[in-house]
Design a protein around this ligand. Structure first.
Ligand code: C5P
Length: 253
């Protein structure tokens, strides 16, 4: 069976507090994107085959027993051979691993939020999909009316470590704006600034950071830059990806 695993975009994010265990209580709006991994699952089998599209950094994928596909299968006590076509880059903050785990849970018919949350904070939203307000550490998902939106994403050639971004926020690197983690992410990874500026120069709009990064995005269809597939800064390149929102239950392109 073929299952789509669409990426998520965190379009706004506020930090509401810190729990006793150090995790941060958030209030975020998330949307599901037309950029999607694809899983072909054959029940009863075993093994994970990965077919990665260029620029997705598949070397960051943990071994099968530890990655979110393997963990999702064990969480619902299922065995399957899985062929994963990876299109969502790793480390960009687009929830690729969570999307894959959510796809396994949907395939297994196990969509209870507690099970999803046990696999990772973005998995409950990815199970539901569409557009939602997400609270707590991601376990509370309240669907919002679907809205068709276009986004231009800039994917820098590096990822950002989420734990370090929250640690920088704890240390006082805070700011206003649609994403309250932006100042902390820039402190952890100063190279983010040049890609924000490059996307801003291309589009004439102010980019927003997706979650803890490394993806920057602007909303709308962008005429500046035409259909360029990449952004350049010095000798480094960021991929440009045009996406749109898709509703809950979307089954792939
Ligand atoms: O969700 P993810 O595994 O990417 O989170 C990585 C780290 O970021 C966590 O181990 C935690 O230190 C921090 N984090 C947090 N509050 C959240 C989500 C993540 O402090 N809501």
């Amino acid at each position: 069976m073929t299952v789509a695993a669409p990426a998520k975009l965190t379009v706004s994010l506020r930090v509401r507090g810190v729990r006793a265990d150090g995790y941060h209580e958030l209030e975020a709006e998330m949307v599901t994107l037309s950029l999607a991994d694809e899983l072909v699952l054959i029940g009863g089998g075993s093994g994970l085959e990965v077919v990665a599209e260029p620029g997705t950094r598949p070397e960051g994928l943990p071994p099968p027993a530890e990655n979110l596909i393997g963990r999702a299968l064990s969480a619902c006590a299922r065995h399957a051979s899985v062929r994963l076509t990876k299109r969502i880059p790793l480390g960009g903050g687009l929830g690729g691993g969570s999307a894959d785990a959510a796809a396994v849970l949907r395939w297994a018919g196990r969509t209870d939020p507690a099970l999803a949350a046990s696999l990772g904070s973005d998995v409950p939203f990815c199970v539901v999909g569409g557009r939602a307000r997400v609270e707590g550490v991601g376990e509370r998902v309240s669907p919002l009316p679907f809205a068709t939106r276009d986004y231009l994403l800039a994917l820098p050639p590096f990822g950002v470590d989420t734990a370090r971004v929250f640690a920088a926020w704890d240390a006082g690197q805070r700011g206003e704006g649609p994403n309250e983690l932006t100042v902390a992410a820039l402190a952890v990874e100063p190279r983010l600034a040049r890609w924000r500026d490059a996307l801003g120069d291309l589009t004439g709009r102010e980019p927003t950071l997706a979650g803890s990064g490394s993806t920057w995005f602007v909303e709308g269809t962008v005429t500046g830059g035409g259909t360029a597939a990449s952004l350049h800064s010095g000798d480094a390149t960021a991929r440009l990806v045009r996406v749109r929102t898709v509703p809950a239950g979307w089954g792939g392109a």
